[in-house]
Every structure is written in structure tokens, then in C-alpha cells.
Design a protein around this ligand. Structure first.
Ligand code: CTP
Ligand code: MG
Length: 226
């Protein structure tokens, strides 16, 4: 039997948010953004430890009270220059067994629900490769040209938007990220090994808070759940 762990990259600066404070610490429904996903992950009975990858000079994390996380939370001050580097460094520091499952989840997806999290674990725990939460693309997709005019319409059949968590065996993921450093998600590194991660149907509530206007929407969702 292998164990389940979560690893949360939280060493970014949030440049598209244009705020002084790193995005993951901005106030969201009365808490720092990072509080929400960490609380959901720590409350999941399947998950043994939640590793949080912080910037080496992070001064914010330790200012908050994490006692409700019941000793499951382990900060690692080894964030890198890119998200992939932060995840890779975190995997090395976490000293997981190669066969352990690790769920990598963005600190900037505060609205992950307990329900989606447990469904994903149930759907993937016997999978030979692992997989990710994702949503089928709903909008019509346009390919633009350099003049910002429509070059053509892209068929959206079988197109999905990738989210997190992304759940893989720790050994396979570490190896994949070693070989493929320029990826924007874990699945891309696994794909580069010639494997096909599974797509687990999610919904748009698990969106990534990226721009200032996303804060309002995330607060609406979080306050509704309180
Ligand atoms: N992240 C990280 N290390 C980095 C860059 C990003 O751990 N060097 C984390 C972020 O903190 C975030 C997650 O990866 O939780 C998703 O990244 P993103 O939403 O792009 O956050 P930022 O990179 O901080 O934002 P931006 O791209 O706007 O600068
Ligand atoms: Mg980024």
C-alpha cells in the first residue's frame, strides 16, 4: 500500500496580480489565499503530509497560525525560479518513497473542493500512470494572428483545460521533471516520457487566481461555502 501526499508550490511572486505582497498571501475571504487550499488538503483523510514549497526568503508563512492543520503541514524553504523548479526541489526535500502518490496543487487555486479532491484520489489510486483534474473546453476557440485578427477557428473536440491537483508517483514525477525542466505543469513532463496521464473531470470553480479581477470571484465562491 502506498501513501498519499500533497505538495503545494507557493514560491511565486504573482507578477500578473501586480501587487506588492506575493499573490498567495493576498487577503481572500478574510484569510491569506494559500490558507484555503492548504486547509482543504490537510482535512483530506487520505493525505498524510502536505508539503508547502516556499521561497527561501519567505517571511510571511510563519506569521500565520496553522494549528488547525493538525501537524500535517510541512513548509520547505526551497522554491526555485520557475514553478517546475519549485516542484522539483520540493520533491527532493520531501524524501518521499518512489511509489508514494503525490498530489501537486497550486497555492493559487483556493477553491478546490473536498469533493473533487476525494473523487480524484478514488479515480486514480489504481491507475498505472496517474492524472490531473481538467475541464472540457466550453468556449469556441480562435487562433489569432500577429495583428490580433482571427486566423482560424480551432476545433474544440477533446480539448481540456488542465488544472491541479496533478497526481503522480513521486519517483516517476521526480525523474520526469529532471528530464524536462521547461514545463508549466507536471503532466507535460510525464507526457514527455511517452506516458498518457488520465483526465479526471473537474469544474470551473477550481480556477487559478491570476489577475486582480479573479479575487472577487474566488471570494464569492468561498463565502458561499462557509
Ligand atoms: N510558483 C512557485 N515557484 C515559482 C513560480 C510559481 O512555486 N517560481 C507557484 C505559485 O506560487 C503558484 C503556482 O506555482 O502557487 C502557480 O503559478 P502562478 O499562478 O503562475 O503564480 P505566479 O507564478 O506567482 O504568478 P505570475 O505567473 O503571475 O507571476
Ligand atoms: Mg507563474
Amino acid at each position: 500500500m502506498s501513501d498519499f501526499y500533497a505538495l503545494v508550490p507557493a514560491a511565486g511572486s504573482g507578477s500578473r496580480m501586480s501587487s506588492e505582497l506575493p499573490k498567495q498571501y493576498l487577503d481572500l475571504a478574510g484569510r491569506p489565499m494559500i490558507y484555503h487550499a492548504l486547509t482543504t488538503l490537510c482535512a483530506c483523510p487520505n493525505i498524510k503530509t502536505v508539503f508547502v514549497v516556499l521561497a527561501p526568503d519567505d517571511e510571511h508563512f510563519k506569521r500565520y497560525d496553522w494549528s488547525h492543520c493538525a501537524g500535517k503541514l510541512e513548509p520547505l524553504y526551497c522554491g526555485g525560479a520557475t514553478r517546475a523548479e519549485s516542484v522539483s526541489n520540493g520533491l527532493l526535500s520531501s524524501e518521499l518513497e518512489p511509489n508514494d502518490w503525490v498530489l501537486v496543487h497550486d497555492a493559487a487555486r483556493p477553491c478546490l473542493s473536498a469533493h473533487l479532491l476525494s473523487r480524484m484520489i478514488a479515480e486514480l489510486r489504481d491507475d498505472p500512470v496517474g492524472g490531473i483534474l481538467a475541464v472540457p473546453v466550453a468556449d469556441t476557440l480562435k487562433r489569432g494572428d500577429a495583428q490580433q485578427r482571427i486566423a482560424h477557428t480551432e476545433p474544440r473536440e477533446n480539448l481540456w483545460q488542465a488544472q491541479t491537483p496533478q497526481m503522480f508517483r513521486a519517483g516517476l514525477l521526480a525523474q520526469a521533471l529532471q528530464q524536462c525542466k521547461s514545463v508549466t505543469d507536471e503532466a507535460s513532463a510525464i507526457e514527455a516520457l511517452g506516458l498518457q496521464p488520465r483526465l479526471v473531470g473537474s469544474d470551473s470553480s477550481n480556477f487559478k487566481v491570476t489577475y486582480p479581477q479573479d479575487i472577487v470571484l474566488a471570494e464569492l465562491l468561498l463565502n458561499q461555502r462557509k
